[in-house]
Design a protein around this ligand. Sequence first.
Ligand code: HXC
Length: 548
Amino acid sequence: MTISELDTLTTPARDLPPLRTAGTPQEPTAPPAPPPRDMRAAMREREELRERIVTGRPDAVDRQHRLGKRTARERLELLLDPGTFVEVDLYRRHPGTGSGPTQHTDGVVAGGGMIDGRTVFVYAQDFTISGGSLGSAHAAKIHKVLDLAVETGAPVIALNDSGGARIQEGVMALDGYGGIFRRQVAASGVIPQISVVLGPCAGGAAYSPALADFTFMVRGTAQLYLTGPDVVRAVTGEQVSHAELGGAEVHSARSGLASFVAEDEESCLADVRYLVSLLPDNNLDPAPVYPAGGAGADRRPALAEIVPAEPNKPYDMREVIAEVVDDGEFLEVHEHWAPNVLCALARVDGQSVGVVGNQPLVLAGVLDTAASQKAARFVRFCDAFGIPLVTLVDVPGFLPGTEQEHTGAIRHGAKLLYAYCEASVPRVQVILRKAYGGAYIVMDSRSIGCDLSLAWPTNEIAVMGAEGAVNVIHRRELAAAADPDRLRARLVAEYSAELAHPYFAAERGLVDDVIDPVDTRGAIARGLELLRRKRRSAPQRKHGNVPL
Ligand code: HXC
């Protein structure tokens, strides 16, 4: 713009045309009014457009079905209470990168709805549109859902089925992912985040399930990996299938990324609904309480039969959990990963609890690197969302050996230690049979802050088992003895009588009560009721430095 042009913009007021006054004839300056809109035609157009968007391209929908997968909308119908889905951004799409705008929804169906009458926010990636790949419009819809979930204090559920970053959108797609990750981290510990993998979840898409509190995968169709088989072959020469690289078996049993694995989409989404029923809406509200009562007086004779008195005989801790929780029902987290420790969500007397238990059926229930990580993450989740912890202890110790030491047994064990030490929710520990050494301390001992410690009468709490202890502290006498076996048997008996019983710990205040095994459910229920209003404040700090 030149200076003379600027002058024309600053024309003095006296040069402006006079203001019109009432009665002055109107100059016909406005363009002619458009013909009146036909409301019925507009309604029809709207209906047709909606129908087209919601139905999708028939060939792409057919292909999705042929791949053994449901469409995004079919999945939402299974997940949510009927008729409760409120969609946002139905018409949203990207203006295009040369070949015209993308399809409406931009490959993700987003909004909110109800599960058992409680609000949840959801987004379901639509593989029938550009392979569910994530561009900027797609990402913006997810950002909106995450923001709404935090602002309303409701869980968020992601149904993933995506080819990853939309290649045509370049760095804008990566930017979209960054926005999701940043929001997920900000929402961590504020609202429960559930990720469901129902198809490919490649590249950047894979980090979202990794940041969620719980991740579901469907056997056969779900895959999670950073780089697909083609890239793996090009870079390393390795030939691997999609399933071998990142299928449900890999992530549920080996990497520990998938908390749950389901046989099909229907049972998977039913499990998501069950999980939601056990969780609070957010970190400030309690989990829903179900009608119950009377658990405090409940006696379970089966408990005395399930657990053998001999310290080394295996049994299934799941059977104990089933006796302790309401209706014998619990949802096991990471069932196939680190099965030597059990983590489960359940209810006691109608209230949600998190149960951690050693599993004597696998590796005699020792703690190892994977078990420590699994239990630590579970304890931290329960603590973040105010879910009381019940710890069922029957642990011979940490798994010894170079493989464990070299892969971080101490570092990972410290995660579990840290998680328990930090947990301010009500904490009840029950020592069923044995608890030795560092593993005793780590499994929610009194010294690291459990509120109520209960022990069965058959129980041994010590630095180590009697045999091992005698071999260490009487090594010289045993070496010099004429009949070492006889001497060992006597020393073991003496050690057991003096140290290896719950009264040694109970007399010293480390166990609050030695209980009748059949009263375990009742004692836990009474304890949790007593602790319900527990509050513990911590000194102000930015955050601790958990040994990640
Ligand atoms: C754009 C994509 C796409 C993508 C798939 N499509 N992935 N479009 N960007 N990333 C499109 C395809 O072109 C095709 O379009 C449709 O989706 C279906 O894809 P198909 O390949 O025909 O399906 P299928 O054979 O089932 O294979 C699915 C797949 C494969 C395994 C996911 O599409 C694939 O390997 N995609 C690329 C995966 C990937 O490498 N993504 C980038 C990751 S990098 P038409 O028009 O034919 O229907 C990344 C970086 C982020 O995400 C890092 C952040 C931390």
